[in-house]
Every structure is written in structure tokens, then in C-alpha cells.
Design a protein around this ligand. Structure first.
Ligand code: 0A1
Ligand code: ZN
Length: 857
């Protein structure tokens, strides 16, 4: 680790308020690629005039300090110390009353390849300050509980100069912005560049007109409309559903090509990874459109849940992220299909968060220690954080939730709050004691709920047991409160008990249902009412029965998934013909015209190989990646052979007609059509895919066809055509890189990745391009876990190359290894070796060092 990276582990228990209050921050920034000058004036006051405290400011090693004054005079140098990332001014050199600290620093945005702080992306100056990026712009108390108003002057010849808040004044080469809402510095942003705006406006419910701008590079204007429309929908929805109104005269969104994450909610100036804004039918898939709509909403919703009410410290990250994900999920459910959205969200949760919870990186939604906070922007903090709120809503009811949220906004507007504050609001609004519920925030791990049934004389008893496996640092976990939504279905398919929520609060608990005429089938965990793994003895015919009759769409889909998983698990352990029940059930589903396309498409998608591995591991079986792959391929082929006529009919009937629409109905038809295509391609040699690739008028179908061709190893022509047509479109070329590795047969994937990485257009310092390739290999389960260790080695080599350039990206990608302990001894040895090579790297970043040491602990 380098000198500046040395910093002790941070503990939640060590939280202390900042000893100074800030009343205004003024920044005057003269932009230049290698020498940007930042003048900062901070008006501040000690909180306790009698007990003087040292003034500690965060400041990265890249800040070249020019001058520092207090009320206009330089302090005695004996009282000024710069150590690591902290500048300390001794209390003796400070006034006891209000004072102004002024600093002047120079920074080098062009050299900033980590994309944290101020950097240049294709000639556009932009910033990323969450979580601790502001310290790379100027000396400052870089912590979320220090809030103040900002006044910013930007100086540059570039035509567009943006910062937070409202525009105050501008002239040739300068612009002034004022943000009247006190905020922590992680929400600061500036943008300067040659940009054009796609403009709109929104009138708030109290009649204020807000100017909306989506800023893109000239030439991209025709791909920004969807984002603008999504923004307007989000603004309206937040007023209607949460009563939240926007609070500035202008809302700016800027797209940049180099961005470590998806997007950022800077006050009034959201900055987006261009892949989450730019879309046209020819270049973006249905999934891209859905994600753009969701992320635009997510960032907008942060204006209240994140900005007006922020986090006291970074341990509370899920206070804003869990809630904002929950809100964007609600929004998407309202805009599209609630049932489909729920199933999609659970798929993501199981694939990413359950996986995280099973391995060495498991942590609670609210961690209590970290070395590098950027390593905690995880599926647990985001997606599980949202699930926890969903459970809370289920426990207190919709009305209780609405009352609690009103109280939250009323009580904490302008605050930097904690999870304790959040739970107290719910307790005060609903009268419910949430002491036990809090464990969902403080304890890691996915509870396993085991259910057994007992049937006698018209009474059904459900015996439930909960256990949460140990996770790092948390060997024993007490019982949690688990809301289990369930229903009962009679043998004739009628529902005999509509959805009821059982509250499991003890390690073991039984529930009885009496006076039942005949033994019903239990539909359990409806709507995925809690993020748990459910274990129950259910034979394939009962699963098929639920898939046919359950009234809850999620539970119905889940019954089909269970059937598929049990077929795949059996297939992977060498059992031949294990998928009979699943294949037959899918046949009935396909024949039922009453079932909508979206649902059928979801049921036709086999669980991913990663998911099968997670399932096996939870069952204490060592997954064999090659066997899982073979079993999945065999099951896909069985499905195709058994249902060829109906699949072919679906494929032909759902041919796209008319202009493209990214809406739920049209995209569901395309999803079903492509699911059919993928199965059919197992038996038609790829003929249909070849034709579709050549004729499709939208990227969704083209990519679907291309993936099928890549899997069959006959995509050469299609790939060349795509490169010729879209070689200059970065976002499409990211897909081009990705699909070749993600869908490649396992034997060839690593070699293909190697070849692609050697191409001159593998611009690896661009996070999207790096992720397109490395993320695709990590997602190709049998290739990443290739028996010869080539997947591990290739990934480790690139992580080592990326780490000094962009530690955040290297560290995030290293989580590809998080499941290494579940595999056989040979693979474990190879994975460990790869991780140890990374650990041994001289000057390894704090980011990667923390990740790797947690993984090999
Ligand atoms: N708050 C953003 C996510 C984000 C976090 C960190 C970043 O840079 C290191 C960038 C964005 C969100 O939830 O969308
Ligand atoms: Zn967020």
C-alpha cells in the first residue's frame, strides 16, 4: 500500500460529531486540464468555544497547496500539519468565534484516471465526489454530516459551465451557481464542456416551473429523449406517491463516458454514465431502456432520500440507498408490470446478494467497520437494503408505511440521519416495537427457513425453523422477525386461504390452519415477502401444481424455478432425464394462451449456472461448473425438442411489426420471442438466429440473435457486420465485446477474452469497456472457473494492471472471486494463488487490499 493509502479501519462505534459548524462554502475554480486552481472559502465556527478543537480537513495527496489563511492571515506554520490525507490546524491557531478559512490549491484533472474528484472524460470536466472524492478537489471536512450552502464560480472557455443549485449569473468565460440547500460535499458537482441540452420543463404541483436539461455531446441529442421523458415521469410520481416536490429552478442531467458507477445524485446536477441515458431502438436493448428509466428515477428520488435527508456517516449508506432502490422499484412496478418487476428484482437479489451473503464478503446492510467505503456499494447495501424496507412495509401495512414516511420527511428534512432515526420514525408512527427487526440491518447472512407440514383431521400444521449461517465476524445470529406471506390452494386449484402474513419471530414456531376439507398445497413466501432461502419438502408434482394454480405471480414463477433447479441439480450430479416434470410443466404453460407473454418469457429462462452453483452450495454440495453447464445445455435441448412446434409458432407469431416501443407489452413479446429463439437454436443449428440478426430492426433482437450465434460458435459474420456498422459507437461496441465472452462456449471463452483484450479498441481505462470484457468473463461461470485456472489468472492479471490506474474498478471487479471457497480443492488452490498474487502487488490500493484480504482471510 502506498503511504497515503494507510488509514486505520473505521468503526461505526467511533463516530464523533465534527467540532465545527459550517455556514457557507464559496468555491472559485479556474479550470485547466493539468493545472486547475481551486480557491475555497469556508465560513465556520467552533461548536464549543470553551473546549477548543483542532481543525482537521481531509485533502488527498494530489492537492498542491498554494495558500492557507484564517480570516485573511496565514496561521503560524508551527500549528499546521499535513499527514497522509489530513491537514490539521491546531486549536491554538484558531479564533474561538466564527472565522473564514481560505485555501488555494492546484490539481491535475488530466492525470486523474481513478475518476474520483475532478477529472476529464473526453474533454469534459466533471466530478465524482461520493463517497470521499471532494478531498481530491480541495481541503475540506469530507464527511456527510457536515452540511452547508455552496456558492460556486467556474472559470473556463468551455461553453457550458454547470454546478449545483440555481444559476446566479454568467459572462464570457465564467458562471456562478448558488445552491440554497445545505448539503454535504459528496453532493457537490461541476461540469464544463462542449455539451448540448435536450430541454424540457416540469411544473411542480405547487405551480413552480422547473427547467429540465439532459446534456449530451453534440451528435447524441437524438438519443436523450427517453431519459427526459423518464425524468418527467419520476418527478410526477414522487409528487403523487410520496408527496415530494422538486426544490430548485433547474434540474440538470449530464452524460459522461468515463464513470465508475451508474450515475450520481449530485444536488440539481445528476451525472450519468452515458449508457444509462443514451438510447435509440437501433442501439439500446429493452433491458437498457428499462434500466435507464429506473436509474433516472433512482437519482431523481435521491433528491429527497439522500440529499434533503442525508446520512450521518457512511455506515448509514443503506439509509439512502436501500430506501431509494425501494422507491425506484415501486416506480418501475407502477410504470410497467408489478409482477414482472418483482420477479426480476428477486432474480437480481438471489444472483448477487445471496451470493455475496454466502461468501467471505458477507456484511450487514449497515456494516460497522470498513477500510474503504467504496467497497460497500454492494448488493447487500442496495438490494437487500430495499428488501428490508419492503419487509417493514409489510409488517406495518401500507398506511403505517405512508404515515412513517411523512413523519420521516417532516422530522428529518435537513438532517444527516441514521438507521436508528429511521426505525424510530416507524416506531413513533405505528406504535410497533422494532427492536428485533433492527437485526436485519445489523446482522449479515441469508436466513434459511425450513418448513415441514403435518396434516391430520382437517388441520394443517406448519412447523417453521429459522437459522442464519455464520458470516465473517458474526458466528451466531439470534432469530429475526420474518414476515412470511402465504396462502393455501385446494386440490382442485381453488384458493382456500388468500394471502396471509405469518410473523416468524422465534427460532422455531408452528402455525395451524383448521377445518380444512382436504389437504391443501401451501403457497409460501408469496411476493418473496422476506429475503430468505426457503427449504421445504415438495415433490415435483406439487411444484408443477403451484406453477399451474398459484394466484400469486411470484410464487407461481418460483415454483417453476424450483422445478428447473431441481432438474439442473440432478442433471449436474449425473442423473439422466431429470427434467421430465419441468419440461412437461413448461409445455402446459406454453399451451395456455391465458398467461401473458412476460410471465411465459420469465418461465422459459432457465436459472443461470451461477444460480445453480449457489443452490448446490446452500445444499452443501460442491458445484462442478462443467457439469452444471452440461446439465443446463441438456435441459435447454430437451425443452426445445419437446416443444418445438409451439416454440416455433411463438417465434413466428411474435415477429416485430410497426415502430419500436420500449414499453412493457412490446418488450414482453420480444422477451418471449427471444426465449423461444434461444431454445430453438439448440436444434435448428442457429438458422433462425442468423436470419433474425440480419433482419431485426432493433438492438434487442439483434443482441438476442447474436448471443445465440456466439453460443453456437458461428457468429463471425454477424460480429464483423456489427463492428462495421457500429465501430464508432462506444455503447454498442461494449455489447460487442461483452457478448463474445459472456455467451462463448466455456472451452473458448478465456482465449477469446485474451484476444479481445489485445485489440487496440479495448480501451481498458474506460470503466464500461473494462467491465464489458472482464465482467462478461466473470459471468461465464464455467469459463471463469475453468479447471486449469486460466479464468482466474487472466482476471487477476488485469486486476493488477487496473489497480494503480483505477482502484475502485479493480476492487469492485475483484468480487468475481468472492465465491472461490465453494469449489473443489484444485480450483480453490488456483483461485487462492491468483488472489495471493494480487495481494503481493507492491503499492496495492486500499480498495483492492481490503477486498483481497477479506476474501483470503
Ligand atoms: N449514489 C450513487 C452511486 C454512486 C456511488 C459512488 C460513486 O462513485 C464512487 C458514484 C455513484 C447512486 O446510488 O446512484
Ligand atoms: Zn443511489
Amino acid at each position: 500500500m502506498t503511504q497515503q493509502d494507510k488509514r486505520p479501519v473505521q468503526y461505526l462505534a467511533d463516530y464523533r460529531p465534527y467540532p465545527f459548524t459550517l455556514s457557507e462554502t464559496r468555491l472559485d475554480i479556474t479550470l485547466a486540464p493539468t493545472g486547475t486552481r481551486v480557491r475555497a472559502e469556508i465560513d465556520m465556527q467552533p461548536k464549543d468555544a470553551r473546549n477548543a478543537a483542532d481543525l482537521m480537513l481531509d485533502g488527498g495527496a494530489g492537492l498542491r497547496l498554494g495558500s492557507l489563511t484564517i480570516d485573511g492571515a496565514a496561521p503560524d506554520p508551527a500549528f499546521v500539519r499535513r499527514e497522509g490525507e489530513v491537514l490539521t490546524i491546531g486549536a491554538a491557531a484558531l479564533p474561538r468565534t466564527a472565522f473564514t478559512l481560505a485555501t488555494e490549491v492546484e490539481i491535475d484533472p488530466e492525470a486523474n484516471t481513478a475518476f474520483e474528484g475532478l477529472y476529464l472524460s473526453n474533454g469534459i470536466f466533471c466530478t465524482q465526489c461520493e463517497a470521499e472524492g471532494f478531498r481530491h478537489i480541495t481541503f475540506y471536512p469530507d464527511r456527510p454530516d457536515v452540511m452547508t450552502t455552496f456558492r460556486v464560480t467556474l472559470r473556463s472557455d468551455l461553453p457550458v459551465l454547470l454546478s449545483n443549485g440555481n444559476p446566479v449569473a454568467s459572462g464570457a468565460g465564467w458562471a456562478e451557481w448558488h445552491d440554497p440547500w445545505p448539503k454535504p460535499c459528496y453532493l457537490f458537482a461541476l461540469v464544463a464542456g462542449e455539451l448540448v441540452a435536450v430541454r424540457g420543463s416540469f411544473t411542480t404541483r405547487s405551480g413552480r416551473e422547473v427547467a429540465l436539461n439532459v446534456w449530451v455531446r453534440p451528435g447524441d441529442e437524438d438519443r436523450a429523449d427517453f431519459a427526459l421523458v423518464s425524468l418527467i415521469k419520476s418527478m410526477r410520481w414522487d409528487e403523487e406517491v410520496y408527496g415530494r416536490e422538486y426544490d430548485l429552478e433547474v434540474f440538470n442531467i449530464v452524460t459522461v463516458d468515463d464513470f465508475n458507477m451508474g450515475a450520481m445524485e449530485n444536488k440539481g446536477l445528476n451525472i450519468f454514465n452515458s449508457k444509462l441515458v443514451l438510447a435509440s431502438p437501433e442501439t439500446a436493448t429493452d433491458a437498457d431502456y428499462e434500466r435507464i428509466e429506473a436509474v433516472i428515477a433512482h437519482e431523481y428520488f435521491h433528491n429527497w432520500t439522500g440529499n434533503r435527508i442525508t446520512c450521518r456517516d457512511w455506515f448509514q449508506l443503506c439509509l439512502k440507498e436501500g430506501l431509494t432502490v425501494f422507491r425506484d422499484q415501486q416506480f418501475t412496478s407502477d410504470m410497467r408490470s408489478a409482477a414482472v418487476k418483482r420477479i426480476e428484482d428477486v432474480q437480481v437479489l438471489r444472483a448477487r446478494q445471496f451470493r455475496e451473503d454466502q461468501g467471505p464478503l458477507a456484511h450487514p446492510p449497515r456494516p460497522d467497520r470498513f477500510e474503504e467505503i467504496n467497497n460497500f456499494y454492494t448488493a447487500t447495501v442496495y438490494e437487500k437494503g430495499a428488501e428490508v424496507i419492503g419487509m417493514l412495509k409489510r409488517l406495518v401495512g401500507d398506511e403505517g408505511y405512508a404515515r412513517a414516511l411523512d413523519l420521516y420527511f417532516a422530522r428529518h428534512d435537513g438532517d444527516a440521519a441514521t438507521i436508528e432515526d429511521w426505525l424510530k420514525v416507524f416506531e413513533d408512527a405505528t406504535g410497533r416495537d422494532l427492536g428485533q427487526f433492527k437485526r436485519w440491518y445489523t446482522d449479515a447472512g441469508t436466513p434459511v427457513v425450513t418448513m415441514t407440514e403435518e396434516w391430520q383431521d382437517g388441520t394443517l400444521a406448519l412447523h417453521l425453523r429459522q437459522e442464519t449461517p455464520p458470516t465473517p465476524g458474526q458466528p451466531d445470529k439470534p432469530a429475526r422477525v420474518i414476515p412470511l406471506a402465504m396462502g393455501l390452494i385446494g386440490p382442485n386449484g381453488d384458493e382456500v386461504l388468500p394471502t396471509t402474513v405469518l410473523e416468524l419471530t422465534e427460532p422455531r414456531q408452528s402455525f395451524r390452519f383448521e377445518a380444512l376439507g382436504a389437504r391443501p398445497v401451501v403457497s409460501m413466501l408469496r411476493g418473496f415477502s422476506a429475503p430468505v432461502m426457503l427449504r421445504r419438502q415438495l415433490d415435483d408434482s406439487a411444484r408443477a401444481f403451484l406453477l399451474a394454480h398459484d394466484t400469486d405471480a411470484f410464487a407461481r414463477w418460483d415454483a417453476g424455478r424450483d422445478l428447473a433447479l431441481s432438474a439442473l441439480a440432478a442433471g449436474a450430479s449425473g442423473e439422466a432425464g431429470a427434467g421430465g416434470a419441468y419440461v412437461a410443466a413448461i409445455g402446459r404453460l406454453l399451451a395456455d394462451e391465458g398467461i401473458d407473454a412476460a410471465f411465459r418469457a420469465l418461465c422459459l429462462q432457465l436459472p443461470s449456472e451461477e444460480e445453480v452453483a449457489t443452490h448446490l452450495h446452500a445444499d452443501r454440495t460442491v458445484p462442478d461448473p462443467a457439469a452444471i453447464h452440461a446439465a443446463r445445455e441438456a435441459l435447454a435441448r430437451d425443452l426445445a425438442e419437446a416443444h418445438e412446434p409451439v416454440l416455433a409458432e411463438i417465434y413466428t407469431r411474435l415477429r416485430s411489426e410497426g415502430p419500436y416501443s420500449p414499453g412493457a407489452t412490446a418488450s414482453a413479446d420480444r422477451a418471449l420471442r427471444l426465449a423461444a429463439l434461444h431454445l430453438l437454436s439448440r436444434i435448428d443449428g442457429g438458422e433462425r438466429a442468423e436470419i433474425l440478426f440480419g433482419t431485426a430492426g432493433n438492438m434487442t433482437e439483434r443482441m438476442g440473435a447474436l448471443a445465440a450465434l456466439v453460443r453456437l460458435g458461428r457468429a463471425e459474420r454477424a460480429l464483423a457486420a456489427m463492428r462495421d456498422e457500429f465501430g464508432s459507437n462506444r455503447l454498442v461496441m461494449d455489447k460487442w465485446f461483452s457478448v463474445q465472452v459472456m455467451a462463448a462456449p466455456p472451452e473458448t471463452a478465456v482465449a477469446i477474452a485474451r484476444e479481445l483484450a489485445a485489440r487496440p479498441d479495448f480501451d481498458w481505462k474506460n470503466p464500461n469497456r473494462f467491465r464489458a470484457l472482464m465482467g462478461a468473463l466473470a459471468a461465464n461461470h464455467p469459463a471463469f472457473h475453468a479447471a486449469d485456472g486460466s479464468g482466474y489468472d487472466f482476471t487477476a492479471d488485469w486486476l493488477m494492471r487496473m489497480d494503480p490506474v483505477n482502484p475502485q474498478i479493480a476492487a469492485r471487479m475483484s468480487s468475481a472471486f468472492e465465491t472461490w471457497v465453494r469449489y473443489d480443492a484444485d480450483r480453490r488452490a488456483r483461485a487462492r494463488q491468483a488472489l495471493e498474487r494480487i495481494a503481493a502487488l507492491e503499492s496495492l490500493s486500499r480498495n483492492s487490499s481490503e477486498m483481497v484480504s477479506r476474501m483470503i482471510a
